[in-house]
Design a binder for this molecule. Structure first.
Ligand code: PHE
Ligand code: ZN
Length: 882
């Protein structure tokens, strides 16, 4: 590899944005495709303001330049310069046509960015990945999202080796060439930035469906995959159709080409990609079948299919001006996808899942040295900013805006946003302006949420005045400083709330004298440091249910006592807040155990849950969630000197107590009832039943392994689907059951030819907690199916270990850290994006207890000192040390 000069490049800054001096009106691309070398010819029609004086500069990385001509004349060597990934050309004018020809080496491209090979040279296929800056790995181009052009793409390749040729846009002819080759052409009538460009070529099969849009366009939907997995694409096709109908109904958005292609690959850095008319999916989020996919995976397929499809409007028709606006498309599209999934499944469960993810992934990011605003102010490597903050917190911000405007107001605002910015590259200001103007309101204050990093703390204190029968709720906010921002400001925080009487009934709310018909739920907005909200005619001291449905992405600090939380846990009809009360109560109980003083909270938590369990009036899936305490990661977030082994032990102890309070007998009985109904059906009720059954089995295994292990072994053997099989295997492995080895070996053999099923085999073992985990991971690395070259496999073993097994990764002797460092350096040479993402597992090391902290620091500093790191990994390691 040559030296990487970009290592030294200064960061890109939001405030340094300049509109492009040169634009591209049309692009004609021709590919002569082959596995080892591919040649790309590009004809760009260039536009500029004729009075401007900037020379033409095009991005280009790892391109072997074969020829270059301007307005039909080959350029002399002194008329252009190609250095530091920029091609500078003299003599171009407004209306000039530039033609370049370059050679690429797809089979050697292990970074999976630009044109690359999926699978083996003999049997695999070629595909592209261009977001964020991959297009410059394919041709010379102003590779920035605010340069939007019309594309015509011609593909030529050997017919036997590449029977299928695809590019984004509508098909515009195909035919034979001499010597066994063929060609196909595609024209995209919608202007698009280079990051949405895609081609695919190889031996692929397809399933197909006709679709008629609400506005009358006949569309062919096609899902493509390799022959051995094509029969696992039907669920995705159904989900796609549901998503398209939903977007028509909910936002009035119709699809806008004659064909919509979706392609599955096993070699992909991310989840999926919304290329115009040619979405490309990590197989993990596309393939699904009962024999090898869990219920969670089915739901992920549905939501990722929807997410990428929704980008066709929120991202493609309206794109981002620059990468600082990434959340304009990602936060918005995640929000749209979350609403879709909530409509398709259970809304409170979806909310619980999304908030758990936010707390597990985004809160730690926002609390440590990697913290950045939803719209970052600067970056060195844009690929490092596809973060939980940009995606998940970004979605929370859109949710707040949607809540503020109400359903109809938000739709009005979205209509205006799409109409006004269609075909354009927009900013977050454009988004807020459209939403605000359509509703005659100023949403400007919400921009502060996009500019400020860190999770706000919301403190709530209530005071009941018995004589006046009034209740004063004082809310206060404070956002701790982060590595990137020392000064923080108050933000508008919508707090949805209700008041409960001591019998668990919601009280009517009277905030001013005029209110005649009182609601039982309201939203107050705290937009200053502190404010007091007064409720009248309150007959008795209430228990407030605050931040209902998680109405703002903040950390609520309210001095609830155990009895108040237990009351909400027992009675709050808001499923999310009911769960939330249980989580807070479990956290109080955890603190009691930690301080060696089990007391009221523990007792209240155990009492409420065992009652709810026995009474059976809570819906099964929600009950399973109620019976699950917060994750170890969430509890680590609250501590100043984190000892992951101790947190794990305490969490186990808490769950054991819960199991004991419910009782082995009751657990066993419930398990048998639930197991009696076992099926592979995918409806919500069947999924809920499996989820609860799994939780019951796990709890039982904590107190009566001799009873639970044979049940788990039997469940493994007779499982009608993957959810039950994998769940049983996890219980056997985690409890070190005598039956574990056989099940483990059986699974390995049964799924030897199914990459996604095998990934789960690696994951379930990597997640077994405790000090022995590292040795297990080292042993699993020697399995012939393990490779650092496949991102899914890396995530399944290394990712699962470093991110989802705190007591294993944070081994007291620091061996986990040394192991990760070694793998990061190896991975970085192959795939910098994957290495950088894995390196974020070091986030939070500053708050470890002193022994682990020292060990971690030494290891991270050692990585930072290495020569030849990618810009991706270098930036993460440098930031993590801050
Ligand atoms: N834009 C893709 C998505 O969310 C994510 C992605 C980013 C994929 C970069 C590949 C590369 O939906
Ligand atoms: Zn997206």
């Amino acid at each position: 590899m040559n030296a990487r000069p970009e290592q030294l490049a200064a960061p890109t800054r939001l405030d340094a944005y300049r509109a492009p001096a040169w634009r591209v009106e049309t692009v004609e691309l021709a590919f002569d495709l082959a596995i080892d070398t591919t040649e790309v010819t590009a004809r760009l029609r260039l536009r500029c303001d004729p009075t401007q004086t900037q020379p033409l500069r095009l991005d280009g990385e790892n391109l072997e330049l074969l020829s270059i001509a301007l307005d039909g004349t080959a350029l002399a060597a002194d008329a252009y310069r190609y250095a530091n990934n920029v091609l500078e050309i003299d003599g171009a004018r407004d209306g000039s046509v530039l033609e370049t020809r370059v050679r690429l080496r797809p089979a050697a491209n292990t970074a999976l960015e630009g044109l690359y090979l999926s699978g083996s040279a003999e049997a695999g296929f070629l595909l592209t990945q261009c977001e964020a800056e991959g297009f410059r790995h394919i041709t010379f181009f102003p590779d920035r999202p605010d340069v939007q052009a019309l594309y015509t793409v011609t593909l030529r390749a050997d017919r036997d080796r590449f029977p299928v040729l695809l590019a984004g846009g509508n098909p515009d002819g195909a035919g034979e060439l001499d010597d066994g080759r063929h060609w196909a052409r595609f024209v995209d009538p919608h202007p698009k930035p280079g990051y949405l460009f895609a081609v695919v070529a190889g031996r692929l099969q397809s399933i197909e469906r006709d679709y008629l849009t609400a506005d009358g366009r006949a569309v062919t939907l096609k899902i493509w995959a390799e022959a051995d997995v094509i029969d696992r694409c039907d669920y995705a096709m159904d989900a796609l159709e549901r998503a398209m109908r939903w977007d028509e109904r909910t936002y009035g958005r119709n699809y806008d080409l004659d064909v919509f292609h979706v392609v599955a690959t096993h070699d992909f850095n991310m989840g999926a990609m919304e290329n115009k008319g040619l979405n490309i999916f990590n197989a993990k989020y596309l393939l699904a079948d009962p024999g090898s996919s869990t219920d969670d995976e089915y739901r992920h397929v549905e939501s990722v299919i929807a997410h990428e499809y929704f980008h066709n409007w929120s991202g493609n028709r309206v794109t981002c001006r620059d990468w600082f606006q990434l959340s304009l498309k990602e936060g918005l599209t995640v929000f749209r996808e979350q609403s879709f999934s909530a409509d398709m499944n259970s809304a409170p469960l979806k909310r619980i899942e999304d908030v758990s993810l936010l707390r597990r992934a985004q809160f730690p990011e926002d609390a440590g040295p990697l913290a950045h605003p939803v719209r970052p102010a600067q970056y060195s490597e844009i690929n490092n900013f596809y973060t939980a903050t940009v995606y998940e917190k970004g979605a929370e911000l859109v949710r707040m805006l949607a809540g503020r405007l109400g359903r109809e107001g938000f739709r009005r605002g979205m209509d205006l946003y799409f109409a006004r910015n269609d075909g354009k590259a927009a900013t977050l200001e454009d988004f807020l302006a459209a939403l605000g103007e359509a509703n005659h309101t100023d949403l400007g204050p919400y921009l502060a949420w996009y500019a400020q990093a860190g999770t706000p703390r919301l403190q709530a204190r209530g005071e009941y005045d018995e004589a006046r029968r009034s209740y004063a709720l004082t809310l206060r906010q404070h956002t701790p400083a982060t590595a990137s921002q020392a000064q923080t400001h108050p933000l508008p925080i919508p707090v949805k709330l209700a008041l409960f009487d001591r019998d668990g009934r919601m009280m009517p709310l009277h905030m001013d004298a005029q209110t005649s018909k009182a609601a039982t739920e309201t939203v107050v907005v705290l937009d200053t440091d502190e404010s007091t909200f007064v409720f009248h005619d309150v007959p008795s001291a209430p228990v407030p249910s605050l931040l209902r449905g998680f109405s703002a992405p903040v950390i609520l600090e309210c001095d609830y006592d155990a009895a108040e939380l237990a009351l909400l846990l027992r009675h709050d009809p808001d499923g999310f807040n009911r769960w939330e009360a249980g989580q807070q109560l479990a956290t109080l109980a955890y603190a009691e155990l930690r301080d060696g003083a089990p007391g009221h909270a523990l007792d209240a938590w155990l009492g409420a849950l065992s009652d709810l369990f026995a009474r059976g009036e809570v819906e099964q899936a929600l009950l399973a969630n109620l019976l699950t305490p917060p994750t170890e990661v969430e509890w680590a977030e609250r501590e100043a000197r984190v000892d992951p082994a101790r947190i794990h032990a305490l969490r186990q102890q808490l769950q054991r107590q819960l199991a004991e309070r419910i009782g082995a007998e009751a657990l066993q009985q419930r398990y048998r009832t639930l197991a009696g109904e076992a099926s592979a059906a995918l409806d919500a009720a069947s999924q809920a039943q499996r989820r609860l059954k799994q939780r019951v089995l796990e709890l039982l295994c904590l107190i009566a392994p001799d009873v639970a292990q044979p049940l788990a072994a039997a469940q493994y053997d007779s499982a009608p689907g993957m959810t039950d099989r994998l769940g049983a295997l996890a219980v056997l492995l985690r409890s070190d059951a005598p039956q574990a080895a056989a099940a483990r070996a059986h699974y390995r053999q049964r799924h030897a030819d199914n990459a996604l099923a095998l990934d789960k085999w690696f994951t379930v073992q990597a997640q077994v907690p405790g000090e022995a985990a590292l040795d297990r991971v080292l042993m699993l690395e020697r399995d012939p199916a393990f490779t650092l070259k496949n991102p899914n496999r890396v995530q399944s073993l290394l990712g699962a270990f470093v991110r989802a097994n705190p007591s294993g990764f944070h081994r007291a002797d620091g061996a986990g850290y040394r192991f990760l460092a070694e793998r990061l350096v190896q991975l970085d040479a192959l795939n910098p994006q994957v290495a950088a993402r894995l390196a974020t597992a070091f986030n939070g090391w500053q708050r470890l207890e002193p022994g682990r902290r020292q060990a971690a620091r030494a290891v991270i500093e050692d990585v930072a000192d290495r020569d030849g790191l990618s810009r991706n990994l270098r930036e993460i390691v440098a930031n993590v040390l801050k």
